[in-house]
Design a protein around this ligand. Structure first.
Ligand SMILES: Cc1cc2nc3c(=O)[nH]c(=O)nc-3n(C[C@H](O)[C@H](O)[C@H](O)COP(=O)(O)OP(=O)(O)OC[C@H]3O[C@@H](n4cnc5c(N)ncnc54)[C@H](O)[C@@H]3O)c2cc1C
Length: 274
């Protein structure tokens, strides 16, 4: 036991539960001080943890001074007005050997910060939508990390909803990625943008593939897009150079062939080598 004679600052659930616990353990709890004009915790806890044990609660009171040399010997309590200003003349010295501070919880947000999710300065937790998705798609948060709950039942409900929504998100993501086919730089191609292609996007209109070659080819060349076993489109140019971007346009009429292709490769090569 850290002491025998306690004053508790803060009437939240933790402060009140501690008042009862300390009493169970044989300590004396002189009183609980609360700066607000109302109880911070649950009424149930007030009844079961303070009232049943004869522990006084003083609303609109706080600690002005802690008195003691090697350890606490007393505190000076003072009444406050609605703006938390001390009310002169209301000071009272309360002898005690321990002051227990129970002045609020804030969500643990170290992981949220690392993940780059936006935090609400009021709750201290991430901003969430109705599915408990944070500002970062695919990251869900529920429970005391979002805001401090009084009852665990609501935490369970939020956790179920967040879990269900995260599973839905993951399944949709799986479906989305199944629709994509990769675009692979082939002969003499350094890179292609986009890197992958939504098969269904071609139904909506042309798609431009933009790329650069690995080296200059100063003669007639073929630019060819092909699947693993089928050719999609082939056109010619009089030359290609790394400094000049090359564009190949995929048309909606090619959608069926693109659909068949497991992946699309772009080759650029001299006609003389064809
Ligand atoms: C003192 C007190 C008494 C309460 N009494 C009641 C009560 O009587 N009835 C009631 O219904 N509710 C009560 N509550 C409220 C209820 O307990 C909480 O609302 C609930 O526990 C919140 O659940 P949670 O899973 O969100 O968070 P927590 O229960 O706080 O669990 C979070 C867990 O995550 C872990 N964690 C944190 N960071 C990391 C990390 N980086 N990596 C891995 N793990 C991590 C923590 O160690 C912790 O185990 C009480 C709360 C308090 C504080």
């Amino acid at each position: 036991m850290p002491g025998n004679n306690f004053v508790i600052l803060g009437s939240g659930d933790i402060g009140m539960i501690m008042a009862r616990r300390l009493t169970f353990e044989g300590a004396h709890v002189e009183r609980v001080l609360e700066i607000q004009s109302y109880l911070s915790g649950l009424s149930r806890n007030y009844v079961q943890c303070l009232d049943d044990w004869g522990i006084p609660l003083q609303l609109q009171y706080t600690v002005k001074k802690i008195i003691g040399k090697n350890r606490v010997e007393a505190i000076e309590a003072v009444a406050v007005d609605d703006k938390w200003n001390f009310i002169p003349g209301s000071e009272e010295i309360i002898p005690c050997d321990t002051l227990l501070l129970s002045v609020g919880l804030i969500p643990e947000n170290e992981l949220s910060k690392k993940a780059g999710v936006l935090l609400d300065p009021v709750t201290g937790g991430p901003y969430v939508d109705e599915h408990f998705q944070t500002s970062v798609p695919g990251i869900f948060a529920a429970g005391n990390v979002v805001h401090v709950y009084d009852l665990v039942d609501y935490v369970s409900m939020a956790g179920s909803e967040a879990g269900r929504s995260a599973a839905e998100f993951a399944l949709a993501e799986k479906e989305r990625s199944a629709r994509y086919i990769p675009l692979v730089p082939g002969k003499n191609v350094r890179y292609i943008v986009p890197h992958k292609l939504d098969k269904q996007a071609l139904e909506k209109g042309d798609i431009s593939l933009q790329m650069r070659v690995t080296k200059p080819i100063e003669e007639d060349v073929w630019l060819e897009v092909h699947g693993e076993e089928n050719s999609i489109v082939r056109r010619s140019e009089r030359y290609v150079r790394p400094g000049e971007m090359v564009t190949i346009v995929l048309k909606p009429k090619m959608a069926a062939e693109v659909e068949k292709a497991g992946r699309l490769t772009v080759d650029i090569y001299p006609k003389s080598e064809a």
